[in-house]
Design a protein around this ligand. Structure first.
Ligand SMILES: C[S@@+](CC[C@H](N)C(=O)[O-])C[C@H]1O[C@@H](n2cnc3c(N)ncnc32)[C@H](O)[C@@H]1O
Length: 205
């Protein structure tokens, strides 16, 4: 006999994410093995002000806090933004103070606390979040623009064109065969470098 019960914290929130499930099943996403190259590219410095778009449960955001010296009076600041209540709750429990729930596609939702230093951030960083922003990828780029100071950098990682194409194709085929609209269940935005470059250039990057 097997008795198993799903933990209440494993139940996804209204955004579809559960921090505890994410930490159990996908910690590789924020592991050093996967994130060293992008952190190197970001090249954060002590005293810098950085926003982490789609910060999740805050593991990388906390790493960045250490680098900029956010808790050592260097003037450095890292702000985490995520549209999952569960993720932000866990990020706070993990020790991330500056973080809040908002949709990065909608900069108008950002709280006033961020509005003050708008156009004043050295960098916007993001890891494994932009491919979830299928509804309005350009909205994300516009949000980045509202935050960066002149010369600021936008450094991020997202799944690219044809990512997981085998699994996604199979999903489409099976759903179509059963009479469902398969386009609504593929939630990802996986652009080619050319496509994403075009969007960036059109928004002034
Ligand atoms: C795979 S997790 C990555 C989390 C974190 N960046 C990391 O490296 O561990 C993707 C995150 O993006 C967030 N996300 C997806 N769409 C978002 C949106 N429109 N606005 C803000 N956050 C979003 C999810 O809630 C989730 O926490």
């Amino acid at each position: 006999m097997v008795a198993a019960q799903i933990s209440t914290t494993d139940v996804p929130d209204s955004s579809g994410w559960s921090a505890s499930l994410y930490n159990k099943n996908a910690s590789f996403v924020y592991s050093a093995a996967f994130t060293t190259p992008i952190l190197k590219l970001l090249d954060a410095k002590p005293g810098e002000k950085i926003v982490d778009f789609g910060c999740g449960s805050g593991e990388l955001t906390l790493e960045l806090e250490k680098i900029v010296g956010a808790k050592s009076g260097s003037g450095g600041l890292v702000v985490g933004v995520d549209n999952s209540e569960s993720m932000i709750r866990t990020a706070k429990e993990n020790g991330l103070n500056s973080c809040f729930v908002a949709d990065i596609q909608q900069s108008l939702e950002f709280p006033k606390v961020m509005a003050v230093p708008r156009n004043n951030y050295d960098a916007v960083f993001t890891n494994a979040a932009l491919h979830w922003c299928k509804k309005d990828p350009v909205g994300v780029i516009r949000s980045v623009k509202t935050l960066l100071k002149p010369g600021g950098r936008f450094v991020g990682e997202l799944g690219g064109f044809m990512n997981c194409v085998g699994v996604r194709s199979a999903l489409h085929v099976v759903l179509k065969r059963r009479g469902h609209d398969s386009t609504t269940v593929d939630p990802w935005f996986f652009p080619s470098p050319e496509h994403y470059s075009k969007l960036l250039i059109e928004q002034g990057f």
